[in-house]
Design a protein around this ligand. Structure first.
Ligand code: ATP
Length: 237
């Protein structure tokens, strides 16, 4: 199936034995669109991302994904025996291009970390190196599986701001899996909720950026999304 959209999924199913995790799921993502995916733990978000990343082909249904895609996971997975800049261009065809790595590292604010070993990086820095590694591939689609979840609250806010900034500049399509409703509402054009193996809810966030979480329209969306996720909103007010 070729449609030109970064993601076009129809009637996708994935089961593990008797356990049907994805059950006739449809998903369309436009070029340059930022989509956040929420859902209860174990509902199949990571499974969907792995399928879109072509790491899992044991499926039924139609899946079409942009050829230029990059994947960022919760753990950055840097090679400890390669310096930071070599990690950034690892796997690209041709000779390792230091200049390209330096440019990508500058974009994520890590010009001073070009030559260090991954082990000296903080968690937030490692995550930014992983982001640089994704960007250097100039992807049409960036798949992010809870990239900020292991970071402390402050670093998380900085990383979130950086993703926002990079997305505004590069305008690749993004599918971000997150547990954080506010993160989804600050960053995304559309927020999806996955339930029982499908996209159960698809909400467009028609609010200008940068977004203020105190904006009444965002507060209302937050309340609605939390309710859909089964969270008691009064307890989280
Ligand atoms: N390789 C596997 N073998 C068997 N079951 C699996 C496998 N991978 C995932 N599952 C099951 O599929 C379901 C969905 O898992 P998945 O990791 O996609 O959920 P998730 O929504 O990403 O969860 P979380 O938010 O907790 O990360 C779970 O019940 C999980 O146990």
């Amino acid at each position: 199936m070729t449609t030109g959209a970064p993601v076009e999924v129809r009637n996708l199913s994935r089961r593990f034995g008797e356990h049907v995790v994805i059950d006739g799921l449809d998903l369309h993502i436009e070029p340059g669109e930022f989509v956040a995916l929420l859902g209860a733990s174990g509902c199949g978000k990571s499974t969907l991302l792995r399928i879109l990343a072509d790491l899992d082909r044991d499926i039924t249904g139609d899946v079409s994904v942009a050829r230029g895609r990059a994947v960022g996971f919760q753990a950055p997975r840097l090679m400890p025996w390669k310096r930071v800049w070599r990690n950034v261009v690892l796997g690209l065809p041709g000779r390792p291009d230091r200049e390209r790595a330096e440019a990508a590292l500058a974009e994520v604010g890590l010009s001073h970390r070009v030559d260090v070993w991954p082990k000296v990086l903080s968690g937030g820095e490692a995550q930014r190196v992983a982001l640089a590694r994704s960007l250097v591939r100039e992807p049409d689609l960036l798949l992010l599986d809870e990239p900020f979840s292991a970071l402390d609250a402050l670093t998380r806010l900085t990383a979130r701001g950086l993703v926002d900034e990079l997305w505004q500049r590069h305008r690749c399509a993004v599918l971000l899996v997150t547990h954080d409703v506010e993160e989804a509402l600050v960053l995304a054009d559309r927020v999806l909720v996955m339930d029982r193996g499908r996209i159960a809810h698809d909400a467009r966030v028609e609010i200008d950026r940068p977004r203020d979480l105190a904006d009444p329209a965002l507060v209302a969306m937050r309340t609605d999304l939390l309710a859909r996720l089964g969270v008691d909103v009064k307890e989280h007010a």
